[in-house]
Design a protein around this ligand. Structure first.
Ligand code: SAH
Length: 276
């Protein structure tokens, strides 16, 4: 590790029989938090999800045992109960266990349920944040989540359909102007999301974006409007992991190439709307 990182004292060490429940961020290893990086180095067993990137998996110690437990919408490769059991079993064997999730473990990650299960069995957990997708993917796409005079706040919300195929969300507050709304797991329910937001008063012309594989080499960013997003999904065959971003901030830096790698190039930002 670099000399700078060595100067930051570690607050916790992963002990045998403990679990570190951590977030790896949305993919780019440069976005790992130092705390998570340290737990990665200490892991003897890693139980990881689909959203953890290959580059981050490559950072695990060579002799670390790795178990993939999937987690794709609607087709969990190991059901949540099985994941909970596996975590506890490995910890009770006296291993240093790393539970590695995409983004932040406590943002649409069911990290809370896993922690509850472990604590009930007397197993100590370290918890360490990762950068959540909404934060990093928008930044890499050149979209500020809030911007003075444009968006005073932002909401992160799940678009995951319930078992009955319904999506019961607080549409009136989500449709209010002056804010950015980011949907996780919303690709399959996008037609409902657009329809409800427009029905509750948000203009179909509101700028909106889709960000797929955010922060990774293959990040794709599509800008359009609330009314045109579904066409973009069909045209580009957009699949998860994708975020839906709705709000005027989407066009804050108006350029075709802007931000694909988290880099704003002065001569490509055609229109910069200054905060008044
Ligand atoms: N705990 C994660 C979220 C898990 S829910 C976090 O904090 O980021 C899974 C959803 O997150 C995906 O369906 C997608 O909407 C979003 N997501 C996660 N990683 C992403 C990425 N690299 N690019 C775009 N969306 C991503």
């Amino acid at each position: 590790m670099s000399k700078v990182i060595e100067k930051i004292p570690a607050k916790g060490q992963l002990q045998p029989g403990e679990v570190a429940l951590v977030g790896s961020g949305p993919g780019d290893p440069e976005l790992l938090t130092i705390k998570v990086l340290r737990f990665i180095e200490q892991a003897e067993v890693a139980i990881y999800d689909r959203l953890v990137s290959d580059e981050i998996m490559a950072l695990l110690p060579a002799d670390c045992e790795k178990y993939y437990v999937g987690k794709e919408q609607a087709k969990h490769c190991v059901p949540q109960d099985g994941i909970n059991k596996m975590l506890a079993e490995q910890a009770l064997l006296g291993k240093r266990v790393l539970r590695l999730k995409g983004g932040d473990p406590f943002v649409f990650g069911r990290g809370g349920e896993e922690a509850e299960h472990l604590l009930e069995q007397g197993i100590n957990c370290h918890i360490a944040s990762g950068v959540t997708a909404a934060s990093a993917c928008t930044t890499y796409a050149g979209i500020p989540l809030t911007h003075r005079g444009v968006a005073q706040g932002c909401t992160f919300i799940t678009g995951h359909l319930q078992n009955d195929g319904q999506l019961n969300l607080p549409w009136t507050s989500l449709a209010a102007g002056g804010q950015t709304v980011v949907f996780y797991m919303g690709i399959n329910s996008l037609p409902t999301i657009s329809k409800e937001l427009v029905a509750h008063g948000r203009s179909a012309d509101t700028p909106a974006a889709l960000i797929r594989n955010g922060t990774r080499e293959n990040q794709e960013t599509y800008r359009g409007t609330l009314g045109s997003l579904q066409e973009l999904v069909e045209k580009h065959n957009i699949k998860p992991p994708t975020l839906i971003v709705i709000g005027e901030v989407v066009n804050q830096f108006d350029s075709k190439n802007v931000g694909t790698l988290g880099y704003l190039k002065a001569d490509e930002c055609a229109k910069i709307v200054k905060a008044s």
